[in-house]
Design a protein around this ligand. Structure first.
Ligand SMILES: *Cc1c(COP(=O)(O)O)cnc(C)c1O
Length: 400
């Protein structure tokens, strides 16, 4: 199966991934087709990236027309699509200003630097540089983003990391309160810890962090790289809570598969960046920003935010019917985690053989992050396959 691709991969690519023996040729809606023409229902969506589904006609039209004009000019000049995208994200979020980069890790780097500059701006020294991140978080692989990622397994081979990072317990407000003080420039959280196992923040925790940040004049950063862009039933997951953060970090679904990252922040924070403080050659170029504009208009025109909410509820209800084959269902909108008792790789593999793509997260969690265009028939198909795989797996376990 796709043997030639696999051979070339193994010979020429650094082994930074344990890849499944699959290689895709094209997609259509919520389905992918591999090099042998086999069809898969895709509940991974390129890891929460392909939210408008595959082969979206408007997206293809907008991006290919842009390719015929200009791809890149650098940020020495104004880029109309970048400005329009900033305007749209500001309208969506109720925040004030945007900055564009190329990935989720880079978005977190930008947030980190903006937070440090915010701290610096207070007294024109580096005494307000502490950043509080959460244990079991995930913020990306560059050294700054890795320093925010409170998981020893990702950090241990790469120390020393960026200094003045401290880690509190997610959903434990007291642990944040213990660490926060006047030397703190920011606290960063995810609304739902994604890679960490699809663990939603409680209302008390989210609002409590907001209050603590206000009290200590620190910025509240929410990493919405996975939760943002309508996945959780609202344009941004933070909109499921009451108050706004100071900075949100975006990437994954923003460009519909074209690499782009962004931060959007309040004026209070964004005013700290001056020319020369931060930059990216590719950041916000014509292709990336016109792709993102196309994604956002598809979401608006088809109410994909609402669809994510409604379908998320339906998927949650259907998955809950599979108890006791599964332990727990967690999540918001179409970011759903199914808690298992054991490592789920065998079940994920069985699903793949039956034509359903799923992905693991955290400890013993299976993640469902389908395109936001799905309807009930896709969910029924997915849950049926998942159930079959669970039943076969449990029979096999009993035989052991
Ligand atoms: C995926 C992810 C990142 C990293 O994004 P990259 O584009 O891989 O750098 C950061 N934060 C969260 C919450 C993510 O899910």
């Amino acid at each position: 199966m796709n043997k030639e691709t696999i051979e070339i991969t193994n010979k020429y690519l650094m082994k930074t991934y344990n890849r499944l023996p699959l290689s895709f040729e094209r997609g259509e809606g919520a389905y992918l087709f591999d090099e042998d023409g086999n069809k898969y229902l895709d509940f991974v969506a390129g890891i929460a990236v392909n939210s408008i589904g595959y082969h979206n006609k408007n997206f293809i039209k907008v991006v290919s027309e842009q390719l015929g004009k200009i791809c890149h000019s650098s940020n020495l000049y104004h880029i109309k699509q970048q400005s329009l995208l900033a305007k749209k994200l500001v309208q969506w979020s109720g925040l004030d200003k945007a900055f564009f980069c190329n990935s989720g890790a880079e978005a977190n780097e930008a947030a980190l630097k903006l937070a440090r500059k915010y701290g610096y701006s207070k007294n024109k020294n580096n005494n307000c540089s502490k950043i509080i991140a959460m244990k079991n978080s995930f913020h990306g692989r560059t050294l700054g983003a890795l320093s925010l990622t409170g998981q020893e397994k990702y950090q241990k081979a790469f120390k020393p990391l960026v200094s003045s990072m401290e880690y509190a317990q997610f959903n434990n407000l007291e642990s944040v309160e213990e660490l926060i003080d006047s030397s703190t420039c920011a606290v960063i959280i995810e609304c739902i810890q994604g890679e960490g196992g699809v663990i939603p923040a409680t209302k008390e925790f989210y609002e409590g962090v907001r209050k603590l940040c206000n009290k200590y004049n620190a910025l509240m950063i929410v990493d919405e790289v996975q939760t943002g862009i309508a996945r959780c039933g609202k344009y941004f997951c933070f909109q499921n809570f009451e108050s706004k953060p100071d900075i949100i970090c975006l990437a994954k679904a923003l460009g519909g598969g074209i690499p782009i990252g962004a931060i959007v922040s309040s004026e209070k924070a964004s005013a700290c960046f001056e020319p020369g403080d931060h930059a990216s050659t590719f950041g916000g170029n014509y292709i990336a920003t016109c792709a993102a504009l196309a994604v956002l208009s598809e979401i608006e025109n088809n109410n994909l935010d609402k669809n994510a909410g409604v379908m998320g509820k339906y998927l949650t209800d259907e998955l809950n019917k599979l108890k006791p084959l599964i332990k727990e269902v967690r999540g918001i909108g179409l970011m759903i985690g199914v808690q298992m008792d054991n490592p789920p790789s065998d079940i994920i593999k069985k699903c793949e053989e039956k034509g359903l793509l799923l992905i693991g997260a955290g400890t013993n969690t299976i993640r469902f992050v389908p395109p936001l265009i799905i309807d009930k028939t896709h969910i029924d198909e997915a849950v049926n396959i998942f159930k079959e795989a669970l039943v076969e797996y449990s029979i096999k376990q009993q035989e052991k």
